[in-house]
Design a binder for this molecule. Structure first.
Ligand code: URA
Length: 235
């Protein structure tokens, strides 16, 4: 790889900035000063800027405990985006493996690996997502059955896939769905004549929200969590 491209990828800077860094004489490859952007960096060589090593990272996989009030997008004219909470280079390469609404909290997976996120979001893979749901009105006896049968949402032709609901309290349930239609959970309870007043995602596939993460905090996924999506996403 050319040294200027290496600097762009490793430091999250533009080609113009990389050229400037090289001109400054602070960049070395195996302790030899390099000024030309066209020099090739070979496997095993060490690149440094002002004697600090620059290491290329592989794909990134993050889990955030999303707070209310931030949107899952790169730009929004009205609200802050999730990216105000993320301190990562090349953050513009990151995307969400399943968005959450602005008022929904909980598990948000963020990555720059499109194949990985596809296994979470593609309907073909039927990846489970579990939500804790707080309702305006008490849970009715027929909800469990109706949710297990599939519910026809407004403006849809096909009912939702069979889902599982566990009653946690008079107005609180845990709902596991296997697809991700637009505002799906809110629309499912609207179709049942109720209203979602609080929504928190707890699990995606075999990845559970880390209880140590405060709202707005994030961490890297473990290798096991990353691989769990490649190994099995269906429930
Ligand atoms: N379903 C919703 O209605 N909202 C979300 O944020 C996630 C699932």
């Amino acid at each position: 790889m050319r040294i200027d491209k290496y600097l762009c990828d490793g430091l999250g800077i533009s080609r113009k900035e990389a050229t400037k860094l090289l001109k400054s004489g602070d960049v070395t490859v195996d302790d030899v000063m390099i000024k030309s952007g066209s020099v090739k960096v070979k496997e095993g060589q060490s690149v440094a800027w002002q004697e600090r090593p620059i290491v290329l990272r592989g794909p990134r996989y993050l889990m955030m405990n999303k707070p209310e009030g931030v949107v899952c997008s790169h730009e929004d004219g009205f609200n802050h985006t999730v990216f105000v909470l993320i301190d990562e280079v090349r953050y513009e390469d990151l995307h969400f493996a399943g968005r959450l609404d602005v008022d929904t909290t909980g598990l948000l997976l963020i990555t720059d690996d499109g194949q990985w996120s596809h296994r979470i979001t593609s309907p073909k893979h039927k990846c489970d997502k579990t939500y804790r749901v707080w309702l305006a009105d008490p849970v009715q006896d027929d909800y469990q059955h109706k949710i297990a049968e599939g519910i026809l949402l407004r403006n849809e032709r096909e009912p939702t896939l069979p889902a599982q609901m566990e009653v946690v309290g008079e107005n609180e349930v845990l709902l596991t769905i296997h697809e991700g239609k637009y505002h799906q959970v809110k629309r499912m309870f609207a179709a049942l004549g109720n209203k979602v007043v609080g929504l928190h995602r707890e699990r995606i596939g075999n990845i559970t929200l880390d209880a140590d993460l405060e709202l707005g905090e994030y961490r890297d996924l473990t290798e096991q969590e990353i691989q769990s999506i490649f190994n099995k996403t269906t429930g």
